[in-house]
Each structure stands twice: as C-alpha cells, then as structure tokens.
Design a protein around this ligand. Structure first.
Ligand code: 5AD
Ligand code: SF4
Length: 442
C-alpha cells in the first residue's frame, strides 16, 4: 500500500453529514491516507453533500466545478462525491453528466463500502454506488473520531415523518435505531480517548427505540448514558415537538450530565401552515410542551428552526410565527427561506411564495430573533454558569471559549491547562451571539 497520501474531506449540511464525513475520513485513514486541509496537495478530495435546500446544492455544485480545475493541474487527484445530494432520485445520472471528472459517487446507504470504491478508483476505474434502501445498520463502520473533547454519536438513522417540505426521509430512508449497548460502548471508548461531551444524533431522537421490544426509549438511553464515568456532558438533537414526552423532560430535569437544552424546531407559528407542513402538532400543543419544560427546568435553553415562505403562507400566518418568538424566548433560531425540493409534497403545492416576499420575511424574522437572542443573553449577566472549556477563542486567541450547559458561547481569560475542564464563569457582558465572562472558581 502506498503511504503518505493526503485526503481532504469537505462536509456540508447537518451534524449527521459531518458525522458521515468523519466515517469516510476514517475509512481512508485505514487505507493509508492522512487527513489534510490543503486542497492543492491532496491526492483525494471527498465532498460529503447536503440537499436540504437549493442554496446548499448550488454551493456544492460550485465546489465540484472548482475541483475540476484542481484535477486539470493534478490528473492523479481522485474526487469522491457522497451523501444526500447523490442519493436523490434521478440525481446520479444528472450529476455524472455535469461532472465527468468525479471518480467516486456514493449514496448515503453506501458509505461502509467506501474502501472498495476507493480501491477501484485508485486503479483508474470510475465508480458509482447508490442503493435505494439501507440494508441494515452496519455497526462495523468506523465510529466517531477519537481523541477529541467533543464527539457526535449517531443513535439512529433516517426519518419517518415526511414533513411535506423535507427531502431527508427521501435520502436517508426509514428510521432505524442502533442498539443501546452499541451506543454505550462507543461512548465509553470515546471517553477513554479523552472525550468529555457527546451529542446524541438523530433526525428525531424522541422516537428512538420505537421498534424495540421490550420497550426501551430515548429517556431510558439517556439514563444509561448518564451513568458513564468521566463523561461531563450529554447533549441531543433533534427533538420533534410531537414526540417530546413528559418522561424525557423529567429525565433531563434530574440533572447530572444531561444538558438542559432543547432544540425544538417549530417551523411555523400558524396552525394552517403546520397542517400543510404535516408537522402533526398545533401551535397550542407546541406551547404546552414549552410550558412543561419551563415548569420543570426554569433555566432551560430553547432553540428552534423556522421556515418562512412555505407555500400558502399569508402575512397573517407569518405574524403568528413572529408572535411565537415573543412568547418562547429562544436563545437562538435557525431561520430559512422555504426551498422547493423535487419529490416532496410541498413542491407541487399551489401558492408558492415569490422570492422577494420570502426575503423580506426572513429579514424581519432575523431582526426580531437577533433582539430576542440579545435579551436572552442579557438576562444571564451577573449570574454564574458551568462552562466546558473548549479551546482558544476564534476571534481572540489570547482568550478561551467554551459553552454553558444551555449551549451559549462564552469567552473568558484563562490558561490552556484548563482546556477540557468544567469551570464556573460569571457573565459580565452579552451580545446576540456571545457572552463575555470571568472565571469564578475552579
Ligand atoms: N426549505 C427550507 N428549509 C428546510 N428545512 C428542511 N427542509 C427545508 C426546505 N425545503 C429546514 C427545517 C429543518 C432544518 C434542518 O432545515 O427547518 O428543521
Ligand atoms: Fe425532515 Fe421532518 Fe424528518 Fe426533520 S422530522 S428530518 S424536518 S421530515
């Protein structure tokens, strides 16, 4: 095997995509590659793609175009395109025509085969493998990267919800839960390698284990993961509001390592739009879940996802979304313009909203949320929070940064010896996105 080859892996999209990119990088490491960030000297470039919105796809298509120039300069370069964009029905044929310089195409269900595809590509054979269905959960695929303070751990794959705007169930298949003992073992191994914070990943973690008999649900999993020694923090994303049980909220309220942060995408504050989105909850039900969280966990942080300009959204519907922001006090909201995804139900709906209206609504939503995020952080001033020290601040390397249990970013002074530990930080100043503070005690 030839040694010293370099791989650059680019991941687009959500944490699951990042996690898949880690798996691919690990497979290439086992095949003799070392990971690098320099495209110019790379022997292999992997682009793990996202197709949740058209804007992501356009960005990725631009990047694939740029890679052509790189390959013109270095004909030995191999290019692999993997993940959600490749998995869309009919996409492979279109992409192959558009980018004949690509050596490997791999769908979301074929990542475990990447070593075989790579070996063929190294022999100069162009390959494409896109299964329409996942065969089973493949526990033998490489797990999360070792030696990092924080790691993402898949607890399940796929989604059964079919929100009418969303391509994810079409490219990631039906829900499959990993066995609890496999997850716990993976986390124990990560902790042995130095990991202190894990984020459990699933499109809808609240439906984890629904196929298990005897019954074992997400709250049970959290309790078991909470027992793992030396682990400092457990986070989880994403919680579908329709499945957020009292048991789960009560489990998080028991404290320990379970961080009191709920990412609870509302998508819209209008019942009419929620119905058309096939979200299966009403605004009232959503708000009742928020009340339950606030009742048991008054200091819990809430974040959300919101789409503006879904087909048929009137000014009145949009106003209702703005009204929810004032009621809930999110610490952060990820806001998107609706993007038509071919193959989804919403793509064929009438009353698509013009781009200029979508843009205007997004601007308004973002300025309301910026103010709300600032207010949320301002009420933290003067209080003391537990912070996991992550490393030097990106904006000021003289200082350190870390996150509260609620996932708020805090910048403070301190020596590099405390990286990886938990410290108490008193908040002194607040902006919309960051907090400034001082360490109180170690
Ligand atoms: N258009 C815009 N936003 C979308 N999302 C998912 N599909 C679309 C789409 N077609 C958003 C949702 C989801 C987040 C991950 O991406 O808000 O929660
Ligand atoms: Fe998409 Fe809805 Fe599934 Fe989330 S729950 S991945 S928005 S279909």
């Amino acid at each position: 095997m030839e040694k010293g080859k370099k791989v650059v892996t680019l991941a687009y999209g959500c944490q699951m995509s990042e996690r898949d990119a880690e798996t691919l990088t690990e497979i290439t490491r086992q095949a003799g590659y070392t990971s690098s960030a320099e495209l110019e000297s790379a022997d292999l470039v992997i682009v793990n793609t996202c197709c949740v919105r058209e804007s992501a796809e356009n960005k990725i298509l631009g990047k694939i175009g740029e890679l052509k120039k790189l390959k013109d300069n270095n004909p030995n370069l191999k290019i692999a395109i993997s993940g959600c964009m490749v998995q869309q029905p009919g996409a492979l044929e279109r992409l192959r025509k558009r980018a004949p310089h690509v050596d490997i195409w791999a769908g979301t269900h074929n990542l475990h085969e990447f070593a075989v595809l790579l070996e063929k590509a190294e022999r100069g054979v162009k390959v494409a493998e896109v299964w329409q269905e996942p065969k089973k959960i493949l526990e033998s695929t490489p797990l999360a990267e070792r030696g990092k303070l924080q790691a993402n751990v898949n607890i399940m794959y796929g989604c059964d919800n079919f929100c009418s705007y969303c391509i994810v169930p079409h490219v990631r298949g039906r829900e499959r839960s990993r066995k609890p003992e496999e997850i716990v073992q993976e986390i124990k191994d990560l902790v042995t390698g130095g990991c202190r914070e894990i984020t459990l990943l699933g499109q809808n973690v609240n439906s984890y284990g629904k196929e298990f008999s005897p019954a074992y649900d997400f709250a049970d999993l959290l309790r078991d993961v909470d027992q793992i020694p030396l682990l400092s923090r457990i986070r989880f994303i994403t919680s579908h509001p329709k499945d957020l049980s009292d048991k789960l909220i009560e489990t998080v309220a028991q404290g320990g390592k379970l961080c009191e942060h709920f990412h609870l995408p509302i998508q819209s504050g209008s019942n009419l739009i929620l119905e058309r989105m096939n979200r299966k909850y009403s605004r009232e039900y959503y708000l009742s879940r928020v009340r339950k969280i606030r009742e048991l966990l008054p200091l819990a942080t809430l974040t959300t996802d919101i789409i503006v300009g879904f087909p048929g959204e009137s000014e009145e519907d949009f106003e209702q979304t703005l009204a929810v922001m004032n009621l809930v006090h999110y610490s952060q909201a990820f806001t998107f313009m609706y993007s038509k995804r071919s193959g989804t139900l919403a793509a064929d709906m009438e009353d698509q909203i013009p781009l200029d209206v979508k843009k205007r609504r997004l601007q308004r939503l973002m300025s309301v949320q910026n103010q709300k995020s600032l207010e949320w952080r301002q009420q933290m001033i003067g209080k003391v929070y537990e912070v996991l020290v992550e490393g030097p601040s990106k904006t000021n390397p003289e200082r350190l940064n870390g996150r509260t249990r609620g996932n708020e970013l805090v910048v403070f002074s301190g020596g590099s010896e405390i990286i990886g530990s938990l410290v108490n930080v008193r908040i002194l100043e607040a902006g919309s996105w960051t907090l400034l503070g001082d360490i109180e005690s170690l």
